[in-house]
Design a binder for this molecule. Sequence first.
Ligand SMILES: [Zn+2]
Length: 136
Amino acid sequence: MSLDADLEGLDLLALGAHPDDVEVHVGGILALASDRGLKAAILDLTSGDLGTRGTAETRRAEAQEAARILGVPRLVLDFPDGRFTEEESYRLRLMAEVRRLRPRVMIIPPPDDRHPDHRRAHRLAREAAYYAGLKQ
Ligand SMILES: [Zn+2]
């Protein structure tokens, strides 16, 4: 079974705008879910390519290592950091991923946050989750 096929039908999907968002906010929940045998995963909308600490390659490697330590797989949609929008093209890509993974529970960023990407990620995730449940 491929890794992708193994990800379908998740118990828990934690979504963040950037690598490290999920670990900072709900890393403990993911570690606990993994420890209890639940199928959980991290989905980053961007690779954090605008980050000012380290290179994009370093951030990507560190993010994968963090997911390994938490015991969950990590997926990255590679939306442009700081430049993704709420346009339909982004919503459709996220919606397709939600439909593929079929999470029972999604953890998404809070609606109010200082970082504009976090606020947009909340709205995109909320809409994608809703539309993913509708007829195709
Ligand atoms: Zn962030």
